[in-house]
Write a protein that binds this ligand. Structure first.
Ligand SMILES: [Zn+2]
Length: 251
């Protein structure tokens, strides 16, 4: 079963590359990968086998030898790893299916934000609908996710305006503010605190990485938010531990 999940993962990963290419381009250049961007040769299934085609042809186009970005096999492998993590914790269940779709949506969000510094509304809507379905499945009282969404929006708006007042420039994008509302919908109000903590730490790491890569002072915050949400939703013990670790020393 693990191999089936990995295989599905790499195939979906190559689909995600396509989706995350299409979304910011408004659907234009629809078939980003089915022809070589350099020699325009139409690619056959042989060129499109996830990970393997890239490895076998040593990261080059089979026809013109133009280098093909390592990001394609990387996205395929990360997608497979993400789905495998869900399968390991939730097995084959309706919950697992929902969480796998959520994983895919978060990956699209990360890729697009890394490259274009935006979080598409399509992704936010998908994540919001998935959260509603997830709570429906678990039978959560609606007050909890609603309070979370409200608090998330409020915190996001507060951080955005606060930063703008203090530093006289934009710190948090509107996409990030909307995402905090969506994250609240998933987590409820209380667990937004560990989410903010983890995404703060991951945000500092992203900023350091951005400086190291010399990609400018502006760095995407979406990937840090996405990864934190993914961890907090998949393993509720993580936010639980965040609040309860002092108790371990008192016992
Ligand atoms: Zn080519």
């Amino acid at each position: 079963m693990e191999w089936l999940v990995i295989l599905t993962g790499v195939c979906l990963g190559s689909f995600l590359s396509l989706v995350s290419y299409r979304l910011p381009h408004g659907g234009k250049m629809a078939m980003a990968r089915s022809q070589c961007p350099v020699c325009h040769t139409t690619l056959t299934p042989r060129d499109l086998v996830p990970v393997f085609s890239w490895l076998v042809h040593r990261g080059r186009c089979r026809h013109c030898q133009a280098p093909i970005s390592w990001r394609y096999p990387a996205i395929e492998l990360v997608t497979a790893a993400g789905l495998l993590a869900v399968y390991m914790s939730y097995g084959v269940s309706p919950q697992a299916v929902l969480l796998m779709v959520m994983t895919l949506a978060l990956l699209v969000m990360m890729i697009v934000d890394f490259e274009h510094y935006i979080i598409p509304d399509e992704v936010q809507m998908t994540l919001a609908l998935l959260a509603v379905a997830y709570h429906g499945l678990l039978g959560t009282h609606p007050a909890e996710p609603l309070a979370g969404a409200l608090l998330g929006a409020l915190i996001g708006w507060g951080l955005q305006t606060g930063y703008h007042r203090l530093r006289k420039r934009d710190g948090l994008g509107t996409g990030d503010v909307k995402f905090l509302a969506v994250a609240g919908l998933w987590l409820g109000a209380i667990n937004l605190i560990p989410l903010l903590f983890f995404s703060g730490v991951l945000g500092v790491l992203t900023a350091t990485l951005w400086q190291w890569l010399r990609r400018g002072a502006l760095f995407p915050f979406g990937p840090a938010l996405a990864l934190s949400l993914w961890i907090c939703v998949l393993w509720p013990r993580v936010p639980f531990f965040f609040f309860h670790w002092p108790a371990l020393f008192l016992e």
